[in-house]
Design a protein around this ligand. Structure first.
Ligand SMILES: NC(=O)c1ccc[n+]([C@@H]2O[C@H](COP(=O)([O-])OP(=O)(O)OC[C@H]3O[C@@H](n4cnc5c(N)ncnc54)[C@H](OP(=O)(O)O)[C@@H]3O)[C@@H](O)[C@H]2O)c1
Length: 352
């Protein structure tokens, strides 16, 4: 079976996705009877193209798109309309929404997703913003148009959190969660514990490409707040927006002070916690916490992330992701695409 994929945004994650499909196409065919073809692409600076019959991942890699100096894929024509009309009309079965995160509004990505769903295209996104701000609206829109909205890579890259909850934890209530969800903060704090200053640790994270040029988004807890909001909305059905998450004693100055005050046998971490309130709502906080050595999250190494779900069926379940990055994020996008193929399309038997 052929599935046609369109890109809305194709930066680090999108390029990793193309490379992963090129590497995995034979296994996708053998194990899933699935061939992925790329039928449209758009980025902010490069504009859009469409190619209804699609091109393979190898073909796309060979032509070099979306590099700045690369030509359009062979046979593609330039898309002349607006970005919204592209999301609504580009020839595709699945739109991959991989544009830049806007944490305070989730826009314009939410409008792209909305346009694609309204025109009966499945959507896979790695972008936290639309899910944190508009999950319920988008979920209802997908259901009413008979298409899928999947977003595994929005928290801990491709670590199967939402898919595991959906497929392997039936009738399970998530009572709360705690985790280290921001890889940059964990890297910086673990590197300080090993003797570096905060400035050295931040510079190291920037050299490795895991911290933003302005690391405040990570260190001041905004990234973790958006992720907490996604987890609370999806797993706990809670109306918790990123600004509703309490960010307590964060930022560079607080990290230096907490590091100075740390007693031996403890590890300093940026901890996210969420729990259901007596009134049925959900409260969440992001704060610096001195965790005792026997806390599973205290043992996370620099760059790792972890999450524990408190459930009514399996008690506590904990995930730890080793050094994550765009490869793992691209895998989560691929896993979502495969799930859509399994759920919405009749599989042809793979060749003998
Ligand atoms: N990097 C990771 O490991 C990771 C992990 C989890 C989640 N995510 C999420 O995945 C998404 C993509 O991340 P990334 O690292 O690939 O980002 P990136 O390298 O900055 O790429 C973003 C892409 O989106 C395009 N874009 C931005 N605004 C657009 C618009 N209005 N219309 C069309 N295209 C637009 C950019 O185009 P130009 O390049 O032409 O400007 C670029 O192609 C983000 O939402 C991010 O938060 C990333």
């Amino acid at each position: 079976m052929d599935l046609r994929i369109a890109f809305m945004g194709c930066g680090n994650v999108g390029r990793s996705f193309i490379a992963m499909v090129a590497e995995k196409q034979a296994e996708l065919w053998e194990q899933e009877g699935l061939r992925l073809l790329f039928s449209a692409g758009m980025t902010r600076s490069r504009g859009g193209w469409v190619l209804p019959e699609g091109i393979t991942a190898q073909g796309l890699l060979a032509c070099g798109w979306p590099q700045a100096d690369a030509p359009l894929p062979p046979g593609a024509r330039r898309f002349e309309g607006s970005d919204l009309s592209y999301a609504a009309t580009c020839p595709s079965d699945v739109l991959l929404e991989l544009t830049t995160l806007e944490p305070m509004s989730g826009q314009p990505a939410t409008d792209y997703i909305r346009a694609a769903l309204e025109h009966r295209r499945h959507v896979v996104t790695a972008n936290k913003g639309p899910i944190a701000h508009y999950y319920w609206v988008l979920r209802a829109l997908a259901a009413s148009h008979g298409v899928a909205l999947r977003f595994e890579s929005t928290v801990m890259d491709g670590t199967p959190i939402f898919n595991l909850k959906e497929f392997s934890l039936p009738v399970t209530r998530v009572k709360g969660f705690r985790g280290l969800l921001n890889g940059t903060s964990n890297y910086v704090l673990a590197t300080m514990a090993a003797g570096s200053t905060l400035d050295e640790a931040v510079a190291g994270a920037q050299r490795m490409g895991i911290a933003e040029a302005n690391p405040g988004f990570d260190l001041e807890g905004w990234d973790a707040s958006v992720k907490a909001s996604v987890l609370a909305r999806v797993l706990m059905d809670a109306d918790l927006r990123p600004p509703d998450v309490v960010r307590d004693g964060l930022g560079a100055q607080a990290m230096r002070a907490a590091h100075e005050a740390l007693t031996s046998g403890h590890a300093l971490k940026q901890l996210v916690e969420a729990a259901r309130d007596a009134d049925g709502g959900v409260s969440a906080t992001v704060r610096l916490a001195a965790l005792p050595a026997d806390d599973p999250l205290a043992r996370l190494k620099a760059g790792e992330t972890g999450l524990t779900l408190h459930t009514d069926t399996m008690d506590d379940l904990t995930w730890i992701e080793g050094n994550g990055g765009t490869g793992q994020t691209a895998f989560g996008v691929l896993a979502d695409v495969v799930t859509i193929a399994r759920q919405y399309y009749t599989r042809k038997a793979p060749p003998p």
